[in-house]
Design a protein around this ligand. Structure first.
Ligand SMILES: Nc1nc2c(c(=O)[nH]1)N[C@H]1C(S)=C(S)[C@@H](COP(=O)(O)OP(=O)(O)OC[C@H]3O[C@@H](n4cnc5c(=O)[nH]c(N)nc54)[C@H](O)[C@@H]3O)O[C@H]1N2
Ligand SMILES: Nc1nc2c(c(=O)[nH]1)N[C@H]1C(S)=C(S)[C@@H](COP(=O)(O)OP(=O)(O)OC[C@H]3O[C@@H](n4cnc5c(=O)[nH]c(N)nc54)[C@H](O)[C@@H]3O)O[C@H]1N2
Ligand SMILES: [Mo]
Length: 743
């Protein structure tokens, strides 16, 4: 989120909610949107292929065909540009590459947009008018946007809309992406990712050397942990396609097949291609599951030996910080000690490190601090979790965790009552700080940054320009803004580059002492000495620079977002005009099919019904947690699909009948048909929170005695279609096709 929930309540005049169903998935978050309606008469606009519970509360509901959001936003931009409703000053002063967006938008007349998205032209015109006249608008999204082969383009076109409207860096505006689990933001920040180190440091040698220093270990020692040096710099397999590393049925870019799998904190059926996942589990030499429940990884396989289930305690039995969707940290206290023989997640990891002989190196950084500008061991033992939090504060500079010391985070938790929920501002002893110190929180004096890219606020109070990440110019055009974009109170008028050892004297107009020159790091991201931060503070300058936002990403397959039909498109007639990407080589160590899959046949002939997946309020994720609760299970006693009675009638299916759903990859699931008018007759909608039945086969016998949940069922991911985002490799959960058969 660039802003936060309270800010929406306080300031938004319109909320464009696209590809999210917060009424179900984030009921507390959604309450804020309802409050904005009450307080500000904010208009709620919901854009979704399904008439959801959120749509039921909307002022405007637009039913979109899945996978066509880029086209839809261009349709809005077409009208905005045509009428001159764009924020010209904002674009001119703060954005790079908008001309190409403007050109692309010309193609998306209301008629063409209607043809592609299924949204009536007059509704598109009505919404464009509303957005142009209603400021500020915030844009809110979640999985309906990200889980597509074009997910990356989707997530780029929405900020571009906000840049065009001049809604960025403003109260009540911004792009507020609602993260999923309570600590999803934290887990990506901490690197539960296969393509970066913690804090999004890259996999290049400089990053590894920085971390080696921060952890007090030799770079060579780190390198020796890898099969050969080159693997240190290669992306790993992604969660979406690890199974291909086991099966190796298609080419992979790995030194050897995967033979062991360690599952800690992810439900195995939450990823697409569950039938492949099952095959891969069967083929493993070793499977370890470390979590509070019997993860269905251990159940959907017919493997009978070398499966270990380690009992991990819940988050109520441990302590530490988590990061909320708005970048605020929150300290959590332990409620009870770990029950029975269960261990905390970190204790399991510590035991692991001991067994594999790297425990000392693993925990060393928690005993370190900065002495004379260098990380040094300063004590013999560490205190969990405080020293872990302090290590992160000391090391992760890229997103500005410098101010997140355990002491400060604890203080925020202990003084909740002193923070205002609408502005996050503290009072009394917390005066001058924002709740949870939303990152970037540059150092231990910084208050946190509640609204990103706000140049009307000094850096020391949470303001900043856009980040300078992509060089100083592109094709001869400067990436830095002129004096119109001066961050309030800054010594430097207009834009400036990110601060490095080489440019600091020139940019800040200062002279470093000899001693400072010896101590200072190569750039702000790796400067243990803190000198760059300190000098920037004095000049009210943001260490990461003050640049233009770029609408054009010249390193991506689509430098500007383009509409591309889903891989399994219900509109084969549009595939030629809006084809998907070329097949991709070696992304996260595997080849990925795009065009070859899309054009293999006219999928819509054999698989005429669109398939959307959704959440239900009483179940979460792969569902193991809640399906073991008697009362929560009672609400959804079995796996089902929402189907329009008209579509059901075509197949002679009555409300409550069982039906088979078949996918293009030849898999099938058997589910109960529940009549619903929330879906039109061209699509069906499935919850994704069931597991334990695979293609009609009940796996009940595989649950260890006494652990079978109250409800089990087919996983929708057995039939969600093949397809992955071109950059992130997130599966295409939300734009697929299926065939219905009465069971
Ligand atoms: N078809 C379809 N598939 C989807 C989605 C969709 O919309 N449609 N959504 C996707 C999204 S956004 C997500 S985030 C994923 C979610 O999918 P998962 O990440 O698989 O989500 P959960 O089922 O919540 O998995 C968490 C697992 O961790 C266990 N657990 C809980 N607490 C702890 C703990 O403290 N320690 C440990 N070690 N384990 C714990 C739980 O018992 C559970 O088995 O699913 C994805 N899959
Ligand atoms: N009860 C409950 N709450 C949860 C979870 C849970 O499993 N259960 N999971 C948590 C997690 S991990 C996450 S990430 C969040 C997810 O939160 P949400 O994304 O809000 O949850 P979904 O129900 O997946 O909603 C996605 C919506 O996008 C729509 N959609 C699908 N395809 C498209 C498309 O192409 N374009 C558009 N515009 N819309 C589309 C779907 O119809 C659906 O209504 O929820 C979190 N909260
Ligand atoms: Mo999620």
């Amino acid at each position: 989120m660039t802003n936060h929930f309270g800010d929406v309540v306080g300031h938004s005049k319109a909320i464009l909610m696209i590809g999210a169903n917060s009424a179900v998935a984030n009921p507390i978050g959604f309450k804020h949107f309802l409050q904005a309606k009450d307080r500000n008469n904010a208009k709620l606009i919901v854009v979704d292929p399904v008439y959801t519970k959120s749509a039921a509360k909307a002022d405007h509901y637009l039913r979109i065909r899945t996978g066509t959001d880029v086209a839809f936003i261009y349709g809005l931009l077409h009208i905005i540009f045509k009428n001159g409703w764009e924020d010209k000053e904002f674009i001119d002063s703060r954005v790079y590459g908008m001309d190409e967006i403007r050109e692309e938008a010309k193609k998306w007349t209301p008629e063409e947009t209607q043809n592609v998205t299924g949204i009536p032209a007059e509704k598109i015109i009505q919404l464009a008018t509303l957005l142009a006249k209603t400021k500020p608008t915030t844009v809110v999204w979640a999985l309906g946007i990200t889980q597509h082969s074009t997910g990356t383009s989707n997530t780029r076109i929405l900020p571009i809309l906000q840049l065009v409207l001049g809604n960025m860096g403003k109260k009540g505006g911004g792009t507020n992406i609602i993260r999923g689990h309570d600590n999803v933001q934290g887990s990506t920040d901490m690197c539960c990712l296969a393509d970066s180190l913690s804090g999004y440091y890259g996999l290049g040698e400089a990053s590894w050397r920085y971390y080696a220093k921060a952890w007090g270990v030799d770079f060579d020692w780190l390198q020796k942990r890898f099969h050969s040096p080159k693997w240190m710099h290669e992306k790993g397999f992604s969660l979406a396609k690890w199974w291909q590393g086991v099966l190796q049925e298609e080419k992979t870019y790995s030194s050897s097949p995967i033979r062991a799998l360690w599952v800690q904190g992810t439900g195995i059926t939450s990823m697409a291609q569950t039938a492949k996942v099952q095959e891969a589990l069967d083929k493993l030499d070793l499977l370890v599951v470390a979590e509070p429940f019997v993860n269905e990884a251990a159940v959907i396989t017919s493997k009978t030996d070398n499966i270990y289930i380690l009992p991990v305690c819940t988050q109520f039995e441990t302590e530490g910080s988590v990061t909320a969707t708005n970048r605020s940290s929150q300290w959590r206290s332990k409620v009870v000690d770990p029950l029975y023989e269960s261990k905390t997640d970190h204790d399991v990891m510590f035991e692991f490190a001991k067994k594999f002989g790297f425990y000392d190196e693993y925990v060393k950084a928690m005993k370190m601090d900065i002495v004379d500008g260098e990380p040094k061991v300063v004590k013999d033992s560490f205190i969990w979790p405080d020293d872990a939090a302090n290590e992160l504060a000391r090391t992760i500079k890229t997103i500005g965790l410098g101010g997140w010391t355990a002491k400060r985070l604890r203080e925020h938790q202990e003084n909740w009552h002193l923070f205002d929920p609408l502005t996050l501002k503290g009072s009394g002893k917390m005066k001058g700080q924002y709740y949870g110190l939303p990152w970037p929180c540059w150092d231990t004096k910084h208050p946190g940054s509640p609204i990103l890219y706000d140049v009307t606020t000094p850096v020391s109070k949470g303001g900043m320009g856009f980040r300078n990440r992509f060089g100083l110019e592109h094709e001869g055009v400067s990436q830095l803004p002129d004096e119109r974009v001066t961050v309030k109170g800054s010594k430097i008028k207009g834009g400036y580059p990110e601060i490095t050892k080489d440019n600091i004297e020139k940019v800040l107009g200062i002279t470093l002492t000899k001693e400072e020159k010896i101590k200072i790091g190569a750039n702000w991201k790796v400067d243990f000495s803190g000198i760059i931060q300190e000098k920037c503070n004095e000049a009210e300058v943001c260490v990461y620079g003050n640049a233009k936002a770029r609408a054009k990403v010249w390193t991506f397959p689509d430098p500007i977002p383009k509409h591309r039909e889903p891989i399994h498109s219900p509109r084969h007639d549009l595939v030629q005009k809006y084809p998907t990407y070329e097949d991709q080589k070696n992304n996260f160590r595997v080849d990925v099919r795009f065009k070859s899959e899309q054009t293999a046949q006219d999928w819509s002939k054999e698989f005429p019904t669109m398939l959307v997946t959704m959440r239900v309020v009483n179940l979460s994720g792969a569902g193991m947690l809640e399906r073991t609760s008697k009362y929560l299970s009672h609400i959804t006693p079995e796996m089902f699909a929402n189907i329009n009675p008209e579509l059901a009638a075509d197949y002679g299916i009555r409300n409550g009948d069982m039906m088979w759903l078949h996918s293009p990859q030849g898999t099938k699931i058997k589910v109960k048909a529940i009549y619903s008018h929330s879906v039109t007759p061209d699509r069906i909608c499935l919850p994704y929170n069931f597991a334990g039945v695979m293609q009609g086969v009940d796996m009940s016998a595989n649950y260890p005695e006494g652990t079978k949940p109250y409800t089990i069922g087919e996983s929708s991911n057995t039939i969600t279609n093949y397809g992955f985002d071109i950059i992130t490799q997130i599966p295409e959960f939300n734009a697929g096709l299926c065939k219905i058969e009465r069971a």
